[in-house]
Design a protein around this ligand. Structure first.
Ligand code: KIV
Ligand code: ZN
Length: 510
């Protein structure tokens, strides 16, 4: 049995993005005018066909934002939302949009409880609105709000009327996210038999089915999808742009205008702007989407990535990256590969010891970062195999206070020779690090690229956890860590370990 259906191979599907309209209706999200412009530019770079820029009648600020986006000279079609009401459509026209998206409730429950209009009245105002938009030379998209809970015969009746009035495309929203994929397929198939203009779908994610329903609608004949970056939108959100697009591309072989290499970047960009973080296991753009920890998987992926990844979608295709993560489930292969990446070669005995220490940390529920792995490796290499160190500190003393300039004196063995220096700094840590840099300075230039100090547990006796990144003259950067109850010694430990690691790398290259 073939895994994939060929019904969509080569078919073109338009992507209508509603991040700025339905997406902004997410509880807790509100974009400033400048942010809206930035998002619109990013969506344009991504290649969406249409950007629903907002609902211009809703406020003066919204109208201005839609206007600024419409004036921004983007390639995407700019759309404004309007009820089937003249003033709403006029606000869209004032904003200078290319397309007006008019919507009206068609389900009995919404008609009776919200707009309080009969079925015939809804038909009439819909037709009048489509004609009004078309008479002004704009593109018109018509949405039957709550279509999936609307009597299908009535739905087809109203669609035939707006089609006759000249509408350009018809949207079938699953407004409260209650459709099942098979229901969606059948509904779109039925409408497709009766209606000739392009069909569009807008699915909400109340049951987590928005992407499945959108894709099924396309299988049944819809040729435009309404989506939002990171799936933001009312309640549980809209269909996720990256998931819909990559399913269409990679599983179905359909085509869209999306430059998929910007999908990860766009997701990160939106995350930063709206402050709503996606889960690490989010498909395609989540941090774990192409990460492998288990020994069997990591081993497989190192040999051939398609063993434990879809293969039809790679991290490169979506602008993401593959990561081999070390932890409780890690195997020797992955650890060796990671160490090799930074030029550390280990014997079988050393590797077994490193692996057992990594697993021990992982089984305590601790995340093992790359810096942790390198520190473990370094300690093990020193213990087993007597790894030669270019720098070994023998004595360190620091004087500080409010009447003297912080001064550090360090005695160390550098490339086999014992030396001592004194240096000053803006504080005791700075003075000590300056002294270490000055000791090694005669042999190599080391730049401090990053220094972060955290306290593990509270209190004045807390352990200081120091992370350092150092760079050599060739631009190689390594991170190292020092954990001690004395912040100065922890910082010196981290720097010394970074310098020794850089020299290991250098040796490997030489
Ligand atoms: O969910 C919905 O029905 C909508 C319409 C405005 C298309 O957002
Ligand atoms: Zn919606």
């Amino acid at each position: 049995m073939d895994l994939h259906t060929d019904v969509l191979i080569g078919e073109v599907v338009r992507v209508f993005d509603t991040t700025l309209r339905d997406g902004e209706q997410t509880p807790g999200i509100a974009f400033t005018l400048e942010e809206k412009l930035e998002i619109a530019r990013q969506l344009d770079k991504l290649g969406v066909d249409a950007i629903e820029a907002g609902f211009p009648i809703s406020s003066d600020e919204e109208l201005t934002a839609v206007k600024r986006i419409a004036e921004a000279g983007l390639d995407s079609t700019i759309c404004g939302l309007a009820r089937v009401v003249r003033e709403d459509i006029d606000a869209c026209i004032d904003a200078g949009v290319d397309m007006v998206h008019i919507f009206v409730s068609t389900s009995d429950i919404q008609r009776e409880h919200t707009i309080k209009k009969s079925r015939d009245e809804v038909c009439n105002i819909s037709v009048e609105s489509v004609e009004y938009v078309k008479d002004r030379g704009l593109e018109c998209l018509f949405s039957a709000m709550d279509a999936t809970r609307t009597d299908p015969d009535y739905l087809i009746k109203i669609f035939k009327l707006v089609e006759a009035a000249g509408v350009d495309a018809i949207n079938i929203p699953d407004t409260v996210g209650v459709a099942s994929p098979s229901f969606m397929y059948n509904l779109i198939s039925k409408i497709r038999e009766e209606i000739s203009v392009p069909l569009d779908v807008h699915c909400h994610n109340d049951f987590g089915l928005a992407v499945a329903n959108t894709v099924m609608a396309v299988e049944a004949g819809a040729r435009q999808v309404q989506v939002a970056v990171n799936g933001i939108g009312e309640r549980a959100g809209n269909a996720n742009l990256a998931e819909v697009v990559m399913s269409l591309h990679s599983i179905y072989g359909a085509r869209t205008g999306i430059r998929t290499r910007y999908l990860y970047e766009t997701s990160k960009f939106l995350e930063r702007l709206c402050g709503m973080h996606i889960l690490p296991n989010t498909p395609i753009v989540g941090e774990n989407a192409f990460s492998h920890e288990s020994g069997i998987h990591a081993h497989g992926v190192i040999e051939e990535s398609a063993t434990f990844e879809p293969g039809i979608m790679t991290p490169e295709m979506v602008g993401h990256r593959r990561r081999i993560v070390v932890g409780k489930h890690t195997g020797a292969h992955a650890v060796a590969e990671k160490l090799e990446e930074i030029g550390i070669e280990v014997t079988k005995e050393q590797l077994d010891e490193i692996l057992s220490r990594v697993k021990e940390l992982g089984s305590k529920g601790k995340m093992v970062t790359d810096a942790d792995l390198y520190t473990i490796a370094e300690v093990v290499l020193r213990e087993i195999g007597k790894q030669e160190q270019v720098l070994r500190v023998k004595e360190l003393s620091v004087m500080t206070g409010n009447v003297l300039t912080p001064t550090a004196v360090v005695r160390a063995v550098v490339h086999g020779e014992e030396r001592a220096v004194a240096e000053i700094g803006v504080g005791p840590v700075d003075a000590a690090l300056n002294a270490v840099k000055s000791l090694i300075g005669e042999f190599e230039t080391v730049k401090l690229r990053d220094l972060r100090i955290d306290a593990i547990t509270g209190g004045s006796d807390a352990l200081a956890d120091v992370m350092i990144a150092v760079e050599d003259e060739e631009g190689r950067i390594v991170s190292a860590r020092g954990v001690r109850d004395d912040i100065v010694i922890a910082s010196v430990d981290a720097l010394v370990s970074g310098i020794n690691r850089l020299s290991l790398l250098k040796k490997k290259v030489d």
